[in-house]
Design a protein around this ligand. Structure first.
Ligand code: CND
Ligand code: ZN
Ligand code: ZN
Length: 375
């Protein structure tokens, strides 16, 4: 029996209080309104940004259904939807692409003005929620809310992908892989023969390494305080791995010494202010580029000496690897299907959705790269 047009009751992981486990609750998911799409979730990854929302490092209105790295199948569509239809395999897009705003029309930028990332409202574009629990509204998270058996997204926040794509893998194209890979190839524009340093070897950082390698970097220095991450970093392309805790002097000085004054490209993929500065100082003062990928704690600022930039450095950052999401995600899935890159090294654990709290524990203890939750 078709569920189109009806409220769907299903299970979702609801966060009601900061730093508390998710509770699996029955929620009601309203049918999609005009220009909206309801998706049956098949697989979702757990990204550190979800955990930043749990700890309050990213501030979002509560109660909320988190999750932003997923793949699923369209269950039904609202009026006027033309780019997807029921049965299509899709990836939700936490950075939407409206195609109309100044940023979408800009050839290089991707931070579409309709995004809910800067000052999150926790609602769909029309300012309301499609989720309720016992009649009370639950907030959306960056337009995706994938920790639910069903979710509703705006049409500008969903991309149709190859019908043959394995959803339990390509879900990582919804965030971790694309964010990291794009930060190297599209944001930094890593050049052949260059030297790179990558701070933080989680799912996003390892994807930065893959991007550096694909772009032809000849040296890739991987940096982490958890040495258990080193074998995987080498597997995906790091040429050397260093632990800042093994040195008495600041890690930027160590990197400057081993790279003739600083690397060509450095990446902060942790989300800490001190490592953002260390990463900046690790790139060469006259010709280096440093990219911020990690999400810093809410409302915190850095003070830096402008001379660090006046000498010729470039400092930049981007969401979702700088990719225009709706255009790029189907192409990235095609590249995956054509075996241009592998997602297997990123997937260390697969758990049923109900074990979401176990998945977060694995991330927090440094034991996992990506846990995929399956529905
Ligand atoms: P994950 O937690 O898996 O990896 C972070 C790594 O950093 C771990 O291996 C840690 O051991 C390591 N680390 C922690 N502290 C230090 C330190 N002081 N020095 C060196 N290494 C350290 O995180 P992830 O890979 O899922 O995400 C990484 C960051 O990227 C995180 O801040 C997340 O919020 C952010 C992000 C950004 C975007 C975007 O669009 N820009 C999208 N998703 C996630
Ligand atoms: Zn993410
Ligand atoms: Zn736009």
């Amino acid at each position: 029996m078709s569920t189109a047009g009806k409220v769907i009751k299903c299970k979702a992981a609801v966060l009601r209080q900061l730093n508390k486990p998710f509770s699996i609750e029955e929620v009601e998911v309203a049918p999609p309104k005009a220009h909206e799409v309801r998706i049956k979730m098949v697989a979702t990854g757990i990204c550190r940004s979800d955990d930043h929302a749990v700890t309050g490092s990213i501030v979002v209105p509560l109660p909320v259904i988190l999750g932003h790295e997923a793949a699923g199948i369209v269950e039904s569509i609202g009026e006027g939807v033309t780019t997807v239809k029921p049965g299509d395999k899709v990836i939700p897009l936490f950075t939407p692409q409206c195609g109309k705003c100044r940023i979408c029309k800009h050839p290089e930028s991707n931070f579409c003005l309709t995004n809910d990332l800067g000052k999150p409202q926790g609602m769909l574009l029309d300012g309301t929620s499609r989720f309720t629990c016992k009649g009370k509204p639950i907030h959306h998270f960056i337009g995706t809310s994938t920790f639910s058996q069903y979710t509703v997204v705006d049409e500008i926040a969903v991309a149709k992908i190859d019908a043959a794509a394995p959803l339990e893998k390509v879900c990582l194209i919804g965030c971790g892989f694309s964010t990291g890979y794009g930060s190297a190839v599209k944001v930094a524009k890593v050049t052949p023969g260059s030297t790179c340093a990558v701070f933080g070897l989680g799912g996003v950082g390892l994807s930065v390494i893959m991007g550096c390698k694909a772009a032809g970097a000849s040296r890739i220095i991987a940096v982490d305080i958890n040495k258990d991450k080193f074998p995987k970093a080498k597997e995906v392309g790091a040429t050397e791995c260093i632990n800042p805790q093994d040195y008495k002097k600041p890690i930027q000085e160590v990197i400057q010494e081993i790279s003739d004054g600083g690397v060509d490209f450095s990446f902060e993929v942790i989300g800490r202010l001190d490592t953002m500065v260390a990463s900046l100082l690790s790139c060469h003062g006259a010709c280096g580029t440093s990219v911020i990928v990690g999400v810093p704690p809410d409302s915190q600022s850095l003070t830096v000496n402008p001379m660090l930039l006046l000498s010729g450095r470039t400092w930049k950052g981007a969401i979702f690897g700088g990719f225009k999401s709706k255009d790029s995600v189907p192409k990235l899935v095609d590249d995956f299907m054509a075996k241009k890159f592998s997602l297997d090294p990123l997937i260390t654990n697969v758990l049923p959705f109900e074990k979401i709290n176990e998945g977060f524990d694995l991330l927090r203890s440094g034991k996992s790269i990506r846990t995929i939750l399956t529905f």
